[in-house]
Design a protein around this ligand. Structure first.
Ligand SMILES: [Zn+2]
Length: 148
C-alpha cells in the first residue's frame, strides 16, 4: 500500500501548496516554493504514467499516446525545476550590504556601492529565517550537503 500512501501524501501536499499564498513569499523562499510545487506536479505526473502503464498491461488498453504526452510534460517540469534551482543558487550567491542594502557578491569583503565592510554571520541561510517553513527543512539540509 506504499504507492497509495504516496499518492495520498501527494494530494495533501498539492492542497497545501495551493492554499498557501505565493504572494506572501519573496526571493529565495518564493523560488523554493516554486520548486516544491513543481516537484508535487512531477510526482502526480509520474503517478498518472504508472497507472496508465498498469491499465495498459492489465486491461490491454493502448495508452501509448497519453503516456508519451505525460512523459513530455514530466520533461518540461524537470526542466522548470532545474531552472528554478539555478535561480535559487544565484540568489544564494548574492548578498546584501548591511550598511546600504545594496547587492554584493558572496565573495566580496567590501560593498561595491558604499565601501562598507561586509559582515557575515556563520550560516548564510540566516536571511531566509523570515520565510521559515518546516516543509522546506529537508531541502535546506540537502542544499547544505551540496555545498560541502
Ligand atoms: Zn553598501
Amino acid at each position: 500500500m506504499a504507492f497509495l500512501d504516496d499518492l495520498q501524501k501527494t494530494v495533501t501536499d498539492a492542497a497545501y501548496y495551493t492554499a498557501k499564498k505565493t504572494s506572501e513569499l519573496t526571493g529565495a523562499a518564493r523560488v523554493k516554493f516554486n520548486i516544491k510545487a513543481e516537484e508535487v506536479r512531477l510526482k502526480s505526473t509520474f503517478a498518472k504514467i504508472g497507472s496508465l502503464f498498469y491499465s495498459a498491461e492489465r486491461e490491454g488498453l493502448d495508452h501509448t499516446e497519453e503516456i508519451a504526452t505525460l512523459i513530455t510534460q514530466a520533461d518540461k517540469i524537470n526542466g522548470d525545476i532545474a531552472a528554478y534551482k539555478e535561480k535559487l543558487a544565484e540568489l544564494r550567491k548574492a548578498n546584501t550590504c548591511s550598511a546600504c542594502g545594496g547587492k554584493v557578491s558572496k565573495s566580496a569583503s567590501f560593498c561595491p556601492n558604499c565601501g562598507a565592510k561586509i559582515v557575515r554571520e556563520e550560516g548564510e541561510e540566516k536571511a531566509d529565517d523570515n520565510d521559515y517553513d518546516p516543509l522546506f527543512e529537508d531541502e535546506e539540509d540537502e542544499d547544505e550537503d551540496e555545498e560541502k
